[in-house]
Design a protein around this ligand. Sequence first.
Ligand SMILES: Nc1ncnc2c1ncn2[C@@H]1O[C@H](COP(=O)(O)OP(=O)(O)O)[C@@H](O)[C@H]1O
Ligand SMILES: [Mg+2]
Length: 419
Amino acid sequence: MKVLVIGNGGRESAIAWALSKSPKVEKIYVMPGNAGTGISWENVDISPSDQEAVCAFAKEKGIDLAVIGPEDPLVAGLADQLSGAGIKVFGPNQKAAQFEGSKAFTKDFLMRHHIPTARYREYTDLDSLKEGLGEFGFPVVLKADGLAAGKGVLICQNEEEAVRGAEKIMGERAFGDAGNLVVVEEFLTGREASILCFLDGKRIVPMESAQDYKRAHDNDQGTNTGGMGSYSPNILFDDEALVERIEKEILTPTIEGFVEDGIDFRGVLFIGLMIENGEPKVLEFNVRFGDPETQSVLSRLETDLSDIMLACVEGKLDEQPIQWSKSPAVTVVMASGGYPDAYEKGKVIEGLDAVEDAVVFHAGTRLEDGKVLTDGGRVLAVTATGESLEEAREKAYRELAKISFEDGFSRSDIAKFDS
Ligand SMILES: Nc1ncnc2c1ncn2[C@@H]1O[C@H](COP(=O)(O)OP(=O)(O)O)[C@@H](O)[C@H]1O
Ligand SMILES: [Mg+2]
């Protein structure tokens, strides 16, 4: 079978890697890919935003399964175009992708189906928005409705900050059209966790749990990033009563709501949660795998990923067993100095060949004259598994220490707990 993986990050590297373990998969194309995917498989220099070119390529090569990694092409309707061209696609259609493309769409869905979430109100003009900022007290959360590359959520401690935030999103249009509508949301306290689920249009099957680390530096200091590391399984999910509540109060009504609303979701739903006193509430939905949770979670998958993805596409998840390894996994990201703010690219990455006991998933890398160079903020993710979380963690850090590039940094506290 010939597979096309669309995207170029660590997530897509992990998806391609997991698919490459399948004896049924004979060829993997990654579009546009990075240095690592080009070395292991074949990169295709076509932009996922050029839907016509993507479809033409898939038809010409006889692609049996296309997997769309990132949210932008999903929200832009690439899945609809590909399936219209007769290609099997893992990834939701444009209607279902609105759960990530519009925060207000998700809030409305959650409310109508009585799924626990923060109270909210939506605004389309700056004056009414400013008047409504205090409704839920402070701190308050302001969310640009549309896609904003993870930057469109502002947590405002007091009225002054909230007014400034409102002006930033709607007045200065800091996130462009994504801020045409603003969701004002009650601030929730608790611990954050996320669950990745496979969906086949009628069924929802959660994957093994994971925890990601969003802040740039140790002890959750520094700016929010795309994610600096992850581990799986998440210790929060040792709590069986919590897992049951998530199933009953969130997963079941979500899939029932999708069916009732005529939303045919085939792909991965990422559910962001806030948990306090054993009570889970939905923060957001994303419509794809999370990065870097995917690296840890897929490292523990024992079932052929191509079988699971085809079962999702064909609406047959009930016939598809899914097995996970008991061995925990730890993923540590190596980033460019300065990330998530300004950073330099083009640094030579040394030591990749010395890694023996971990998988290196490339993200922001490119190949030039046989050398692997940095080409983004998050450069690599190093994932190791072990008998215990501690062993996986030690391995990941031991292997990561063999790799270096100028100004590179990583967190030293991924999967480390105060004892
Ligand atoms: N209602 C809320 N209460 C407290 N924190 C929130 C709330 N909504 C979002 N956050 C925080 O902001 C982060 C980003 O919000 P999220 O809805 O996940 O949007 P995105 O990932 O698109 O930026 C969350 O991971 C969480 O830390
Ligand atoms: Mg989020």
